[in-house]
Design a protein around this ligand. Structure first.
Ligand code: FAD
Length: 419
């Protein structure tokens, strides 16, 4: 089968790899000049099976209200006259019900566990250099009341074979000695020893190179103007109709821009952008810079050591497609880095970035066949696009092949999302 993949981020490149391995003729089309130029460019770097809980949680409405109007809020909502935003927001609130939250968290955990195993298998099979570390992820909590929820979280993780251990502040410092300066403000931690970290951009580009070697073709700097189940039409010069690319199937992996691509076909893909930010600072004193990937759960900030740099990422700003790295949000990340790991990095030289997470109201990605024959989805991985990418691509490939899927596909199918 000839397959066109729309988008060369983490979801598009992993899909290309597994579809090619299954014997298909694959063409990846992207408006960028290479893989991972948009949301997959500078994310938090975590493969975090230990964080399957969706943002649409029973606590989310309270968190949004508590932080309303505060510049340092980890999550912000900017109201706009955009019907897609309001539709998405109402569905998000519905997914905050306790039963919906639990169902969504279990579905995401199952996919995340499979995905973590899949990336390990790929690493063993291919020569992928992406500053990866298999040192686990340590979740940090500042307030004692936050620890009360951990036994229930551990039960959820254990149900999917995801190991985790509760830690005292002293144990947190044993695991990551660079936490010394932060220890006094910690109430405790949760350590997931089999989680991983790495540079998502390098991973996507290394896998894209393997794809090319395996026979996948790429069309760079090519903007898709329209899609259907039999191909894609590129944008022509000065608004003219561009070249038509034909295929037997098309997979939408276009991040936050997929919804607009399929809207003319009568499909309402519930994927909306949630903007996040990161900084990447060169290491100054190696022994003061963390090597274990960290999640500051109280401030909703993640931190990963990537080669000779430290990446700090976080924030969730809901309200449109603007892609400027807002200075006040970047300053928050820089302050966190300086206070948590004093003199560990050259934080004033940090590279600032922001990206649009493609988020569904339930946080479950959309994977499978659409109502339009030949048109498929593998998108909407939200805050976990690196964590879920390899498992999601395997699931997509199994569904396209009519083979036994690696996880229960039902929570991810487009019809379950009412697309
Ligand atoms: C601040 C931040 C921190 C994060 N941290 C983590 C983390 O630690 N762990 C984790 O698992 N996930 C994390 N994520 C989430 C993860 O980065 C995303 O889920 C993932 O990158 C999404 O990949 P994607 O392929 O769906 O989208 P993208 O990477 O955006 O790829 C979509 C591609 O489609 C192309 N495209 C779109 N429209 C068109 C068109 N019309 N024509 C041609 N090409 C088109 C774009 O050029 C782009 O290359 C984070 C995200 C952010 C923003």
């Amino acid at each position: 089968m000839q397959v066109i993949i729309a988008g060369a981020g983490l979801s598009g490149i992993t899909s290309a790899w597994f579809l090619r391995q299954a014997g298909h003729e694959v063409l990846v089309v992207d408006r960028g000049e290479q893989a991972a130029t948009e949301t997959s460019y500078a994310n938090g770097g975590q493969i975090s099976a230990s964080h399957p809980e969706p943002w649409s949680s029973p606590a989310a409405p309270r968190i949004l209200l508590r932080w309303l109007g505060r510049a340092d809020a980890p999550m912000r909502f900017r109201a706009q006259a955009d019907p897609a935003l309001w539709r998405w927001g109402l569905r998000f609130l519905r997914e905050c019900a306790p039963a919906r939250f639990a169902t969504n968290a279990h579905a995401i955990a199952a996919l995340a566990r499979t995905s973590r195993e899949t990336i390990a298998a790929l690493r063993a099979q291919l020569n992928l250099a992406y500053e990866d570390r298999q040192a686990g992820i340590l979740h940090l909590f500042e307030r004692a009341e936050e620890l009360a929820a951990l036994p229930e979280k551990q039960r959820l993780l254990a149900a999917h074979g995801i190991d985790s251990a509760l830690c005292t502040p002293a144990r947190c410092v044993d695991i990551e000695p660079a936490l010394g300066a932060m220890a006094s403000r910690l109430a405790g931690g949760l350590y997931a020893p089999h989680d991983e970290s790495g540079n998502a951009r390098l991973f996507a580009r290394a896998l894209a190179a393997e794809c090319a070697r395996a026979g996948v073709r790429f069309r760079w700097q090519s903007t898709i103007a329209a899609v259907d189940g039999q191909g894609a039409t590129l944008a022509g010069a000065e608004g003219d109709t561009g070249e038509r690319l034909r295929a037997d199937a098309v997979v939408i992996c276009a991040g936050s821009f997929g919804a607009a691509l399929v809207h003319p076909l009568g499909l309402r893909l519930p994927v909306y952008p949630v903007k996040g930010f990161s900084i990447t600072a060169p290491v100054r004193e190696a022994q003061r810079a963390p090597t274990v990937s960290l999640t500051d759960e109280s401030r909703r900030i993640v931190c990963s050591r990537l080669g000779e740099t430290v990446r700090v990422a976080g924030m969730a700003d809901i309200g449109g497609f603007d892609r400027t790295p807002h200075p006040a949000r970047i300053a928050l990340l820089r302050r966190w880095l300086e206070q948590s790991f004093p003199s560990a990095t050259y934080s004033d030289e940090a590279e600032a970035w922001c990206g649009l997470r493609p988020v569904t109201p339930s946080n479950r990605p959309v994977i499978g066949a659409s109502r339009v024959p030949g048109l498929w989805f593998n998108t909407g991985h939200g805050a976990l696009g690196f964590t879920l990418s390899c498992g999601a691509a395997r699931l997509l490939t199994a569904l396209m092949q009519g083979e036994t899927p690696p996880v229960d596909p039902r929570p991810f199918l487009p019809e379950t999302h009412h697309v």
